[in-house]
Design a protein around this ligand. Sequence first.
Ligand SMILES: Nc1ncnc2c1ncn2[C@@H]1O[C@H](COP(=O)(O)OP(=O)(O)OP(=O)(O)O)[C@@H](O)[C@H]1O
Length: 948
Amino acid sequence: MIPSTPASSRLRTPLFTPKRMPSTSSLSSTSSLESLSRANSKAPSTPLLTANKKYKAPLSTEARSKNLKSKSMLAPVPASPLNLKPGSPTKSNGGNSSRPRTPVTPRRGESPSLFPATSEWDVSNVDPESVLVDFQTVEAGDVSAEIDEAWLKSAQKDLGKDDKVMVSVRIRPSDSTSAWIPNQTDNTIKLDANLAKNPGVGSGTSSTSPFTFDAILTGTPNKPIYTTVARSHVHAAMDGYNAVVFAYGQTASGKTFTLTGSQDEPGIIPRAMKDVFACIKRTPSREYLLRCSYLEIYNENIHDLLAPPSSAAANPVQIQGGVNGDVILAPLREEVVTSLKGVKEVLKRGDGNRRTACTDWNDRSSRSHSVFRLVIESRERSGGDDDDDDEMQSFSGRSTTPAMNGRQTPGMGGRQTPGMNGRQTPGPGGPRLQARGGRSVTTSVLSLIDLAGSEKATSDKERTREGKYINTSLLTLGTVIGTLADNAGKKKADHVPFRNSKLTRMLQPSLSGNARISVVCTINPDTSAIGESMSTLLFAKRIKNVKLNAQKKEVVDTDALIERYRKEIEDLKSRLAEREADAPVRNRRLSAREKIDESKAMQDLNGRIQQLTKLILTSQSVEDVKEGDLSRPSSPQKVNFDMSPYELQQELLAARTQLESQATQILSLEAALSTRPLPADASDNEKDRMIAEQAKTIRELEIVVNGYEENLGEPLRAVREDVEKEWSGRLEEEIKKREAKERWADEVVKELEKEKRLRVKMEGERQALAAFVSKFDSLGLNLGGMAGNGGAGVPSKLQPPLPSQGGAAAAYAAKQQARLSAIGNSSFASYILSPRRTDNMVLGDLNQDPSSTNPASNGTGYQASPMRLDSLKSQPSLMEQVMPEEEFGSEMSFELDELEVEHQLLARSVAELPVPSLNTANRWKVANGFGAGVAGGKENKENEPTQA
Ligand SMILES: Nc1ncnc2c1ncn2[C@@H]1O[C@H](COP(=O)(O)OP(=O)(O)OP(=O)(O)O)[C@@H](O)[C@H]1O
């Protein structure tokens, strides 16, 4: 699309000459490669015009003189001032305001004859069989003289074997000091250390470590570039492998110069075409069908550069998913070429359509990614035997020979893509050349790609918009390459975002591995471009790690094979029938040994028939797989409703074809099944053989299943390890907790035992005490009667109370009570001897009313000793009591101060006995707690020594 010129621009004097292709007339008269190169080369820039361009490094003297030379060879530019090419000022030089807007190279229109609505070479209009190229049809002038036998031999060895992308770096010549130090001996390149240190010049990177690639190339000549980076790939394509060569680098670094070249320095594309014809010339055994297409990706739209402008604009090329990961581009014109001249015309037409424009950095900057594709199909040359077959073939379709089940074998692409005008356009990779007479067809695609260069924002809005699309798609390419390299390095299968841009989507099959790839990374050596060059080198380093595994694509002539097998089966069957018919007569004459031999021969015949039947089925399956893997059942795919109606239609078509194919496969399997059962009279040998076969199949299946389990087991093992780790941690924790509890339980048990011992001891003491008390009670002394005081009055030291019957027990209880209260009420001792538990032997008994009518009283008002003893005895044993939870101090003593009690008792038993010692008396008083008044310290004081 030609951008409309803004009103402001229209007012200005048109001071520029659009950089466009020379007119057709100026080129059509020549057929030499030089004229092609000239046509494809960009208009050379004069030093004057490029002097103040950013990144537009002055070219070497050699390059400049060559450019000037090529300029002089182009169509003469009139001296009119209107036609003078203006300089492209830098932004600082006024930028947009002073520079007239440079339109994109006009698409078509200027030379309508270049863009015919239809072409006689359009593949849909020609019979492939009539446009084959072989060693006889190639003209001598079309071949490159550079291929010699020695090179061919060495190239053959490596074709398709390299599983890595070939990465080369080309440094554009420059008059200014180069920031990079190349070493062509060890193929390394590194940043000049002085520049890296200088932050004003460098890109901010301090890395001076060298990058190593497959080749480091310098200088202007394109021949060594082609020989090093592209020739082996072109030959691989001729040998049946897909091959891709592309140039990557910042704007104005020399990508187009490398791919297309100039008149004096033809680039990779023209040289590759010469090599293609040279290869054909050197291969007399094969015949070729060559067809080319040319497209560009501009602002994320794909334009067919060979299609008529009107239809191309109305029908942008769509990318569709093909079978086996292929992509189908439709509608895309493919033109058959039979000579170098034909290729040149196609290229010329396509180049005329390419969008280039003058930018701040490049007079003729590619504003799009351009892809030139050559589909190469070849097969063994016919010896003439199958010429009759040729007549049976329709030029646009496949063999009409019905296959075994009467089915029509689908084409390799599995479907025919309707073209723009309803014509049938095969997708790329869909062979037009038919495998026939047992001769298989090899198909490959050679893609030569000139990427647009990454660039910074320019002063022109349109250029900036284009730049954004360019940078975004290059960024996606970088991401895709990065992920592929990562996947290859770490053996991962991360999602690769091929669909994020048209470029990566189109390159998907190749980048996924099914192509030999060579990348030329072009760099501008200027110090001002260190950052961009560094990023180009990093891209180059990443793509080096992408793994490839290019496979030859071969289509065998299954129909011919099947026909041959069928004939042989018929022949064998008739021989078998003959033998069986005269078997009864013959068998009579045969010896036993001959009969065995005869039976063996029959078995062999049967075996061969079965083998051939199997082969027929296998050939058909192979064909199905090769022709689009349609026979293999696949899980239903999700329908992407974002697809255009056209794409959906294609999907529908593909699905229908797949259904048909599956139906066919069912038929084949049924046929196979019907041949399986053994005949009733099958010999033991035959049965053994079949059993052995089945056993083998089972073994194979077991191997597959084991392998599957191992693979599947891997993630499970990882999960199990994680779980084990987690649970072993928990288990340890639990064990620790349990041990702590056990320790605690041990301690509790020990404490309980201690407690038990204590209780036993206490019980012993209690019983001893009871015995002691009963002993004193049995003396019959009136300990509680206070006889010495006349039976009344308060006891004093001078008149201590006389011992009374049961008094010892009371005295003891009182003493214990006093002791325990000192220890604390909550103690075990207070619990044992608390009033609650000794209701009938309270201390207050000593002061009990003598007139008490208590039947237990002995008339003195005090409980009889036996009663108290009984009461004491009626106390539950300590051993039977509930264990108190508190821990009792070990310092608790229940020992009875027997001596003292005895002493007191003796003192009381005789009224006039000498007064007990002061200390003893005091202790006794306190211990016996003579009522509130008696116990009070005051009253005690009154009764103390003064009274004495
Ligand atoms: N190796 C070289 N020897 C001589 N001249 C060169 C070389 N490489 C590039 N040039 C010149 O430098 C200029 C820019 O090169 P070219 O157009 O190939 O860059 P590009 O990378 O394709 O830029 P863009 O991405 O903008 O299209 C052209 O005039 C070209 O002739």
